[in-house]
Design a binder for this molecule. Structure first.
Ligand SMILES: [Zn+2]
Length: 292
C-alpha cells in the first residue's frame, strides 16, 4: 500500500477499524505506546518505533527522536504529565512518525500548543488531528455529545474519562465539530493564556485573541472574581456586556494541580444581527436597501 499518500484521518481510521475488529476489552483506553511499537514494527520494519518513554524535556510536551542512523525511532513525553496528557502526547508523536518522519529525519519537538493543535504549523495540526481522531473517534464522540448539545464540564469530563485523555483534549475535540457557538478560555492569575472558539462562534466574531499577549479576565465574570463554587462550575448566566456584548452562560473551575482556571462559555444560537441601538439598526437597514 502507498502509505506516503495517507493523511491523518486515513491513518486514524485505519487503526480504528483494526481496533473495532480486534475488540479489546477496553476499546477506547487501549495502550497507545504498544500500538505504536507493534504496528510500526509490522508496517515499517526498516525503521520502527522501539521505545516510548518519559524524559525531562525543555519547554516542549513531546518529541519524536531518531536513533542509530534512523533505523529506529523513539517517542518521548515530558515528565509530570497526567496519564491523559501522556497518552495524547504519545498519539501526537506517533502521528509525526507516520506522517512526517521522512521530511524531518532529525525528528520533531512539539510544544504544548503544538500537541493541542492550536498553532498554525501544518505538521502540528496534522499530528493533533491524527491523535484526536485515533483516541476520540468522531462517530463514537457524537454519540456521547450530539452536535447540537450544550455540554457542561460534567459531560465533557465523562468523555475525557471514556477516552482517557485530558479534559482540555476532550473539550477541543468537541469544539471542532459542535454546531453550537461556544468557546473555552484558559486563564492563570487573572489573565487569559489562550482561548479556542467553535467554528460557529468564530465566524460570528465570538473569540478572544491572545496572540499579542495575555488578556485580563472580564472583571464581572465569575472566573474574574474567583468564584469557584459548584454553582459556577455547573453554569451561571450573564447578561450582555460581561464576556461579549451578548449574554453568555459561563462554567468555570480552578484546577488545583496547575493553578489554572478553565472556563466554558455557551453563547446563543445566533449572533445578534443588529446592535441594541435603534438608530444604528435603521442606518444599517437604510444602507442595505440603498446598496441592494
Ligand atoms: Zn508535534
Amino acid at each position: 500500500m502507498d502509505f506516503e499518500t495517507w493523511g491523518p484521518q486515513r491513518w486514524a481510521n485505519h487503526f480504528n477499524q483494526m481496533l473495532n475488529l480486534a475488540k479489546p476489552p477496553d476499546r477506547y483506553r487501549f495502550d497507545i505506546g504498544d500500538l505504536a511499537m507493534e504496528t510500526s514494527r509490522s508496517l515499517f520494519p526498516g525503521d520502527p518505533i522501539t521505545k516510548v518513554g518519559e524524559e525531562e524535556l525543555d519547554a516542549c510536551a513531546g518529541a519524536l527522536v531518531p536513533a542509530d542512523s534512523r533505523t529506529r525511532w523513539g517517542i518521548v513525553y515530558g515528565t509530570g504529565q497526567s496519564p491523559g496528557r501522556r497518552r495524547f502526547t504519545t498519539a501526537h508523536e506517533f502521528g509525526h512518525y507516520l506522517l512526517h518522519r521522512k521530511k524531518y529525519p532529525n525528528g520533531i519537538h512539539s510544544s504544548e500548543a503544538g500537541v493541542d493543535g492550536r498553532t498554525k504549523l501544518l505538521v502540528e495540526k496534522e499530528a493533533n488531528e491524527f491523535a484526536s481522531w485515533l483516541l476520540m473517534p468522531l462517530d463514537d464522540f457524537r454519540k456521547q455529545i450530539a452536535p447540537k448539545d450544550r455540554p457542561d464540564f460534567e459531560v465533557l469530563g465523562q468523555c475525557a474519562d471514556r477516552y482517557e485523555v485530558s479534559l482540555v483534549a476532550a473539550v477541543l475535540r468537541w469544539l471542532r465539530y459542535t454546531e453550537r457557538r461556544a468557546l473555552i478560555v484558559v486563564s492563570v492569575d487573572g489573565f487569559i493564556k489562550w482561548s479556542w472558539s467553535s467554528k460557529a462562534a468564530l465566524v460570528s466574531g465570538a473569540f478572544i485573541r491572545t496572540s499579542r499577549g495575555p488578556v485580563a479576565l472580564p472583571p464581572a465574570s465569575a472566573v474574574g472574581q474567583e468564584q469557584f463554587t459548584p454553582e459556577v462550575r455547573a453554569g451561571t448566566q450573564h447578561p450582555g456586556g460581561v464576556w461579549f456584548r451578548e449574554p453568555a452562560r459561563e462554567f468555570s473551575f480552578r484546577s488545583g494541580r496547575y493553578d489554572t482556571c478553565y472556563t466554558l462559555l455557551h453563547l446563543g444560537d445566533e449572533e445578534p444581527r443588529w446592535s441594541d441601538d435603534e438608530e444604528q439598526v435603521e442606518d444599517t437597514y437604510d444602507r442595505f436597501l440603498k446598496n441592494s
